[in-house]
Design a protein around this ligand. Structure first.
Ligand SMILES: Nc1ncnc2c1ncn2[C@@H]1O[C@H](COP(=O)(O)OP(=O)(O)OP(=O)(O)O)[C@@H](O)[C@H]1O
Ligand SMILES: [Mg+2]
Length: 202
């Protein structure tokens, strides 16, 4: 088994076109709390991946999970991370990202960590696949959807500074076209952002 990545919470291994994601102990947390959190995130990620495959949403298919070993096994999506290719066709990719987020939100799935490191441009289908659903949850609240978009905006701004405004505008246009409730969510996004600005001034 070959380790391919280590994130903040998990180590990822690749074996026979499968990915094993193993959440390791965080020693700065109390062991009981750490166990609860890792169990929750492992289960939640598995549950959401199952929902997404049932809906044919482009995300890895779940193979199995074990909430004692804190691991999930899923399909490997081959291809570059969106963070490394966004600039190549930024308008088209940003529109696709916006449309896919609208599809998630229409199913009341909040991703929770929308960054271009959590998206892979699949080599075989040329579709943008979403990964890393450990912080995902279900909610029909306009607020949760707006915050999800706000996180995307911040991620674009920090990692794709030169094209970020264009990218975010394309993503939002396409989000609005495909969202069932786009107008209220965008209105809330404005409020979320003005809250952020007030906080920054303090
Ligand atoms: N199904 C997959 N197919 C291909 N590569 C993957 C897959 N899942 C994860 N990866 C690779 O591993 C990296 C880290 O995975 P992931 O984002 O799920 O973990 P993380 O950032 O540590 O997550 P967490 O927020 O749960 O701590 C990804 O950026 C990607 O390069
Ligand atoms: Mg990640």
């Amino acid at each position: 088994m070959q380790q391919i990545a280590q994130g903040a919470e998990a180590k990822l291994f690749q074996e026979n076109e499968m990915i094993l994601k193993q959440r390791f102990e965080k020693t700065y947390r109390h062991p009981l709390i750490d166990n609860i959190l890792r169990k929750q995130r492992t289960r939640q990620e598995a549950r959401i991946l199952e929902k997404l495959s049932a809906a044919s949403f482009p995300a890895p298919r779940l193979s199995d999970f074990d909430d004692k070993r804190m691991e999930i096994r899923m399909q490997q999506i081959e291809g570059p991370l969106m963070k490394d290719v966004l600039h190549e066709k930024h308008a088209e990719f940003s529109r696709e990202i916006g449309r896919r987020i609208a599809e998630l939100h229409n199913k009341n799935i909040i991703h929770g960590d929308l960054t271009t490191s959590n998206m892979i441009l699949a080599k075989d289908t040329s579709q943008i696949n979403f990964i890393d659903f450990g912080l995902s949850f279900t909610s029909d609240k306009v607020e949760d959807k707006a915050v999800d978009l706000h996180l995307l905006k911040q991620a674009l701004e920090s990692k794709h500074h030169l094209i970020f405004e264009e990218c975010f505008n394309h993503a939002i246009d396409s989000y609005t076209e495909h969202s069932e409730n786009g107008a209220s969510i965008l209105e809330r996004l404005q409020k979320v952002e003005s809250r952020g600005r007030h906080k920054a001034k303090k």
